[in-house]
Design a protein around this ligand. Sequence first.
Ligand code: 4NP
Length: 152
Amino acid sequence: MIKICFVCLGNICRSPMAEFIFKYLVKKENLANKFFITSKGTSNEEQGNNMHPKTIKELEKHQIPYTSHYATQITRDDYEKYDYFICMDTYNYHNLNRIFKDDKNKIHKLLEFSDIDKDIADPWYTGNFDLTYIEIEEGLKNFLKYLKKHEL
Ligand code: 4NP
């Protein structure tokens, strides 16, 4: 079982979008039973909230199934619970490296699996949820390719 936690700032836009797209991608490939997939935020700003309405709209637009969501802040004791922490941007990558020591090299940026040194722009600020979806989906496809090669 590969345990994956997607990480953004508020856990209402990018990381839950990644969580539900990735769940859909692995299900399509009959790999769902090999994964535990969730998402968390590095801030407590949105603690307990559902996904942003435009995140939900974007998932529906692409017919990605989703369940109820409860925004959750990541804590130090999460480190041992997951194999991969996949961060949406450099800011949260650094945040996470401050919270965890990462002696097992579990913290990554999503787009490093696409060999792109770029962040998933935060739609909370850009308002562009379409672009967020495109970039996340592309990053997740490459992340899954990486996992199939190295873990499965
Ligand atoms: P997310 O977007 O990190 O992709 O969930 C944000 C959501 C909320 C806030 C910032 C970013 N906020 O400042 O409350």
